[in-house]
Design a protein around this ligand. Structure first.
Ligand SMILES: C[S@@+](CC[C@H](N)C(=O)[O-])C[C@H]1O[C@@H](n2cnc3c(N)ncnc32)[C@H](O)[C@@H]1O
Length: 145
């Protein structure tokens, strides 16, 4: 559990990550963009359980990035990009783009945000690439978008 200066906390329970990681094992990907660093559990899981060679993570909370960097628990293979997923400029393409921004508290804007992200990141997918939104276990390939 990490407490942030603004009064909230981050508690990325490994069992939560485990609840959807089994699906990642069924996918083949050599590059991934993850939206939302949190404590980096998901990025670490990809780094240690797959042969994925490119792991980029976007995070908008500077305090989280600083904490993760200082705790030094993530491999230097994981590239952390400071920015807001909704307006940062990503030029690379990926086999898998996974957005893990939400806390599952019934966020009002979830479906609007999901559509915005599908529109924004579809062009960053490699051929046969997929967008993955763990919060509702939705896996989209380009034909489905
Ligand atoms: C549920 S946690 C991510 C958990 C993480 N995947 C892990 O494995 O530990 C959500 C994270 O998304 C970040 N986040 C929320 N909205 C964001 C945005 N618009 N752009 C970038 N990061 C965002 C939050 O600051 C938080 O770190």
């Amino acid at each position: 559990m990490v407490y942030l200066d603004r009064g909230t906390s981050i508690d990325d329970c490994p069992s939560y990550i485990n609840s959807f990681c089994h699906k990642l094992k069924t996918l083949e990907f050599d590059s991934i963009l993850i939206g939302g660093l949190g404590l980096g559990i998901l990025a670490h899981w990809v780094d240690t359980n797959t042969s994925c060679s490119k792991i980029d993570v976007i995070e908008n909370e500077n305090e989280i990035i600083t904490w993760v960097s200082e705790s030094n628990h993530l491999s230097s293979d994981i590239n952390i990009i400071e920015g807001d997923v909704f307006d940062c400029n990503i030029t690379s393409s990926y086999d898998l783009i996974l957005m893990d921004l939400w806390w599952g508290n019934g966020e009002d804007n979830y479906f609007v945000e999901e559509q915005n992200l599908i529109s924004k990141y579809s062009s960053n997918l490699n051929e046969s690439g997929s967008l993955y939104f763990p919060i509702n276990m939705k896996l989209l390939n380009l034909e489905a978008i």
